[in-house]
Ligand binder design. Sequence first.
Ligand SMILES: *Cc1c(COP(=O)(O)O)cnc(C)c1O
Length: 358
Amino acid sequence: MQRTASVEINLNALTHNLSVVRSHAGNAKIMAVIKANAYGHGMLKIAQHLQDKVDALAVACVEEAVVLREAGINNRIVVLQGFHHAQHLQLCGQYQLEPVCHQLWQVNLLLESSLNQPLKTWLKVDTGMHRLGLSADEAEHAYQQLANSARVEKIYLMSHFANADEPENALNQQQLERFNTLHSALSLQSSPESSLANSAAIVSMPAAIKDWVRPGIMLYGASPLANKSAAELGLKPVMRLSSKIIALTEVKAGEAIGYGSSWICDLDSKIAVISIGYGDGYPRHASAGTGVCIHDQLCPLVGRVSMDMVCVDISKLKSPAKVGDEAVLWGENPGVDEVAKSSGTIGYELLCHAGKDQ
Ligand SMILES: *Cc1c(COP(=O)(O)O)cnc(C)c1O
């Protein structure tokens, strides 16, 4: 179904953002993270654009990787959650995927498997996030077992930061030190290639840039840092979410707008109704005042976001608006991070939701 709301993807901006990754990451290999439908940008389209430009692609689960292979993507593909069960592991073998092993049962399943071809395998250690990953002791032992296994072609070491979006957070340094300690211990046998940095660490923690970096959000042009904008980091938005004015109305001072009558006009106001709402991925929690760009001018959202409409106060618009005119919900201006901030969430979530049909 063609809706008025439209998501446009600017692949030149993606290429530009990749060059920003390179400017921080030096010679590190790049694993472009395209999980969650490439953060709403369309996994296949993004993979096709990046396939000659990066060293590997990363997805969350085996099903995503199989879609990429079936579509002819021949890049190295890392599966960040690894296999969830034995059939997944078979698919890793069949499609030559590179699973992350983050639990001992995965290590054991791999060791006991009867794969014909050995797999490149990523061993994930928990350095302080306490979500996925083996303890350092488990990882050291698993590393030895995997290194001696005919099922494994090569082992890589990785970990993930919990708070890299806050560069001052003390846990970052701790995680880095724990990672380095383990890596040094493993290096007594054979120094494994390693990977630690997500976008936030790529732009703020040079010491976390190891053999591989794993950019996600910065490729799509949103800021990975809590206190720095995408523009300050030289990033360009890849997604532009827009729609159209479908009605114009005038509301008298003292009258309320929308569900719950939560917005009351303090002056006589000109209102534009835009055909977009939470059904299209625009956040229901966007607060009054969130910017919507009409005729290159930011106008404030007023009243509650409905399922497929929002109301915008265009009283201060310099040029008269008419039905059919475009309204930009995010892109260059406002940036998705600004909309996220005034909706109590992060750019990641907004991009994923708005782009779910890409
Ligand atoms: C999602 C993810 C990334 C990318 O994170 P960004 O903050 O989007 O750069 C990197 N590594 C792992 C393990 C991830 O799950």
